[in-house]
Design a protein around this ligand. Structure first.
Ligand SMILES: Nc1ncnc2c1ncn2[C@@H]1O[C@H](COP(=O)(O)OP(=O)(O)OP(=O)(O)O)[C@@H](O)[C@H]1O
Ligand SMILES: [Mg+2]
Length: 136
């Protein structure tokens, strides 16, 4: 068996590691969780998934059944100080920095962040990709 075949599947208990500053990585995750809660109604349905789409990549996704995001805003929401022009944002507080930080941190570590949503009222999913590392 070739060595890479040994790693292709995550056996139960396998470590999935990223390397970085723990405060920064914590901020990244907390911002996504905070948004998922904040932009959902009373009935919150939030799902978090960690996958390893390739040998050297980790994908974290945070899905909510909340207000959703219009297609035209999916990229803009990652800009510094940008808050979508939604009804929800007229009554909720925020600086518009959370997602900017999420993406900046992900990129600094060689990854990236993006959002998907079928539109307003349709919920959203945020994805963060980060390099996977292995213990020596
Ligand atoms: N899970 C989500 N569902 C729907 N819209 C979202 C979601 N997360 C972010 N958004 C939209 O993206 C905008 C930017 O999000 P971001 O986290 O950067 O700022 P914020 O939540 O407004 O303020 P804060 O800086 O306190 O996080 C939000 O104002 C909102 O319009
Ligand atoms: Mg936020």
């Amino acid at each position: 068996m070739k060595p890479e075949e040994l790693y292709l599947e995550n056996a139960p208990g396998d470590e999935i590691l990223v390397r970085g500053n723990s405060e920064e990585l914590r901020t990244l995750v907390l911002n996504l969780f905070d948004n998922a809660v904040k932009y959902s109604d009373e009935q919150k349905d939030i799902a978090v998934e960690i996958k390893t789409p390739t040998l050297d990549t980790i994908s974290l996704s945070v899905h909510d059944n909340g207000t959703g995001i219009p297609k035209g805003e999916l990229k803009r929401i990652f800009r510094r100080f940008y808050r979508a022009q939604s009804e929800k944002n007229k009554t909720s507080e925020g600086t518009g920095l959370g997602l900017f930080i999420v993406r900046s941190v992900a990129r600094r570590y060689g990854g990236d962040a993006y959002a998907e949503s079928a539109g307003e009222g349709q919920g959203s999913t945020f994805f963060v990709r980060l390099p996977r590392v292995y213990r020596a």
